[in-house]
Ligand binder design. Structure first.
Ligand code: ACO
Length: 377
């Protein structure tokens, strides 16, 4: 029998079409619905990009106002969701908390499970659910960080847009425009990235005609891993270990001798640099100036130049976003939940796309276990 051509990790395998985003490693570009992500990050509020991912076009003023009104109306967490979060030990990883909170929101949606005849829900129902999750996630993330710090939750503010309100609910202070802008850019850059591991997970779950909440819960599980979303958190652990730019060379000698993966570097698709990094690095630079933390920029540059010189492996988006979130004041454990708040837009756009042209995702495997055998009688 001929050996099948196994594509370990599905590397290089094209499994379906998508009209949501285009990753082009050759030109080092990323398009959301045709627009370069850098242009969107420089000109749009995150709400408009969410609208674009779901609907295929940027909103006009009226459409944006309508989305913002719906988002504002669903910002506050229901008491039963808060009660479920409060049952989780504060020692749990916040990704467990976010995963459970989304599951609780799904369980309190009376139509979420659909029926055998309407399994998964209609596109309109799923769009509505997507907006509700998009609106609720900042409150979940902010509630979690404050809970871990022993602080009272802060109610959302109707006079602030998405990013400013997110920061308000987390820190309880009017955020500076520079900080809101950097945070908004990070949300846009994290929003979507084609068939990455978490999005593919969401599509696999959707392909069984399961519901949107289940798809998002599964995607959160996939994103938690340090080879995917968990890397932004891991970058800060590395920065903490290194401490100062002058320690980079000796730290890297040891880390590479121990064959450690240097988090925040490398990418399955981009081999010559992640297209999102220059935009996020520019946002990080504005934060470095704002907070007067040139030591962070020095450590960032020293590790990047030393690692690229030694291994030829370039930073991914998690490399500049980790230190940016740290400067803004987020706890390191909160970084991957921030990725969830952004990526929920892309995930749900993919759920709607998958459900609209569905085929059950069910690959094959090549058996290499023991030959057929029988119970001795
Ligand atoms: N540090 C050290 N070595 C690395 C790194 C890294 N960050 N990334 C790749 N390599 C090495 C591997 O050890 C391997 O070397 P070998 O051929 O000598 O065994 C070679 O480069 C190829 O690496 P793979 O892991 O096989 O490449 P793959 O395409 O599967 O990996 C991945 C991509 C998982 C992202 C990898 O680069 C990695 O583990 N990076 C660190 C985690 C990280 O930053 N993840 C974030 C991803 S992007 C995002 O979610 C926004």
């Amino acid at each position: 029998m001929t050996e099948p051509d196994i594509k370990k990790g599905l590397a290089g395998v094209v499994v379906d079409t998508t009209a949501i985003s285009k990753v082009n490693p050759e030109t080092n570009s990323l398009l959301y619905r045709g627009y370069p992500v850098q242009e969107l990050a420089a000109t749009q509020p995150f709400e408009a990009v969410a609208y674009l991912l779901w609907n295929g076009e940027l909103p006009d003023a009226e459409q944006l106002a309508e989305l913002r009104a719906t988002e504002r109306a669903h910002r506050a967490l229901a008491d039963e969701v808060k009660a479920v979060i409060d049952l989780i030990p504060v020692s749990a990883h916040p990704m467990d908390e976010v995963r459970t909170a989304v599951s609780a929101i799904g369980a309190s949606d009376p139509n979420a499970g659909g029926s055998v005849l309407n399994a998964g829900g209609s596109p309109a129902e799923n769009l509505e659910r997507s907006i509700r999750l998009f609106a609720a996630l900042p409150a979940i993330v902010a509630y979690g960080q404050r809970r871990r710090r022993g602080e009272e939750p802060i109610a959302p503010r109707d006079d602030l847009d998405y990013s400013a309100n997110f920061l308000w609910m987390t820190f309880g202070a009017e955020p500076d425009a520079v900080v809101v802008d950097a945070f908004n850019r990070s949300m846009i850059l994290y929003a979507e990235h084609s068939f990455n591991a978490s999005t593919f997970t969401a599509r696999v779950i959707t392909s069984t005609l399961s519901d949107l909440y289940s798809a998002v819960v599964g995607a959160i599980g996939a994103l938690k891993g340090p080879l995917h979303g968990g890397a932004n958190e891991a970058v800060l652990h590395i920065f903490d270990e290194i401490g100062d730019a002058s320690n980079v060379k000796s730290w890297l000698d040891t880390a590479l001798a121990e064959k450690r993966k240097i988090m925040g570097f490398g990418h399955r698709v981009y081999k010559r640099g992640d297209s999102r990094v220059p935009t996020m690095k520019a946002a990080l630079d504005t934060l470095v100036e704002h907070y007067g933390r040139h030591d962070v920029a020095e450590l960032y540059d020293a590790l990047e130049s030393e690692f690229v010189a030694r291994k030829g492996i370039y930073p991914n988006l998690d490399y500049p976003s980790g230190p940016a979130y740290n400067l803004i004041g987020f706890d390191t454990l909160t970084f991957t939940p921030l990725f969830v708040a952004a990526r929920v837009t892309g995930w749900t756009a993919h759920v709607i796309e998958q459900a609209g042209a569905n085929a059950l995702i069910r690959p094959l495997s090549h058996y290499d276990g023991v030959d057929e055998r029988h119970i001795a009688r």
